[in-house]
Design a protein around this ligand. Structure first.
Ligand code: 1HE
Length: 268
């Protein structure tokens, strides 16, 4: 077994393999509401850096217990009494982890419940798809804690809901939940029942796509969003040149031509 997907090599993450290269990665510090300590971030970096090469085709990212993630491990941070330079490097490791998720080319579907707050929201925002349930709530309590976001909220949360809503969240501690959170873009799906079950269903579908196609979707779109329109159009043409001519796509195109492939219907 590739080391990267060996559950025994993780302490703060639980890793389980399901069919078709689907993996569930679970934050596994429920006693601490899955707060992100330094060691958890290092484990996320390790998994997401090697996932594609280890044959992972889709990931459901979940949290053990009632809450997805309570953000930065405030107790560890308080006890460490870090210097500015030390905390800058902590944040750079967070960016390393979350960039590996967003740009790594393996689809990540977050199954959200309970608190998705502070760094927990930053983590969720690095996933490609977010599924919430009726217990899920989103907040940026940094303002109240006397600190600031350091795991990419200024980029990804602003991108999801707009700069001024993000500023309001961190300034006033505003909480979003329910359908309003979906309407704003904090999640793409809300479930009556388990967000995990829905995330698994979506991941199962996604894992059937060709890996190179998923790589493009879960890497190129983010890169292109960082480019000028002209450069993004050029890069899109290059990526489509590679992806749309891949040998594995020919069988799918042929099935469409032969009328054996599923058609796109309103109830798909
Ligand atoms: C923690 C953390 C944590 C819980 N760091 N230990 N994030 C926050 O400001 C959110 C802080 N947490 C909470 O508001 C609440 O804990 C929850 C709403 C998430 C859950 O409430 P509850 O009543 O279920 O649990 P609890 O009793 O508050 O906490 C249970 C234990 O988890 C307790 O530890 P214990 O050893 O005393 O049992 C808590 O100390 C521990 N715990 N949350 C450390 N966050 C890169 S910059 C990012 C900046 C941020 O992320 S700021 C946002 C931080």
């Amino acid at each position: 077994m590739n080391d990267v997907v060996d559950p025994a090599s993780y302490t703060h993450l639980a890793i389980s393999e399901h069919e078709n290269g689907l993996y569930v990665v679970t934050l596994n510090r429920p006693d601490k509401r899955n707060a992100l300590n330094v060691a958890s971030i290092e484990e996320l970096i390790r998994f997401f850096s090697g996932a594609r090469q280890a044959g992972v085709r889709a990931v459901v990212l979940a949290g053990e217990g009632d809450h997805f993630c309570a953000g930065l491990d405030l107790i560890e941070h308080w006890k460490a009494d870090r210097s500015p330079d030390e905390f800058m490097h902590v944040c750079l490791r967070w960016h390393e982890a979350f960039n590996k998720m967003e740009y790594g080319g393996v689809p990540v579907i977050a199954a959200l419940k309970g608190a998705v707050v502070g760094g927990g929201l930053e983590l969720a925002s690095a996933a490609h798809v977010r599924v919430m349930d009726q217990t899920t709530y989103f907040a940026l309590p940094e303002g109240q804690r006397g600190i600031f976001t350091g795991g990419g909220a200024t980029i990804r949360v602003s991108d999801m809901i707009g700069k001024y809503r993000m500023i309001d969240m961190i300034l006033t501690g505003r909480v979003y939940k329910g359908q309003e959170a979906v309407d704003l873009g904090l999640a793409q799906y809300i479930t009556e029942g388990s967000s995990f079950d829905k995330a698994m269903e979506l991941a199962g579908k996604v894992a059937q796509n060709l890996p190179l196609t998923n790589f493009a979707i879960c890497s190129a779109v983010s890169h292109m969003n960082n480019m000028s329109g002209m450069d993004a159009a050029y890069a899109e043409a290059v990526v489509a040149g590679v992806v749309n001519t891949q040998p594995a796509a020919r069988a799918r195109l042929e099935a469409f031509a032969n009328k054996t492939a599923a058609r796109v219907r309103p109830d798909n």
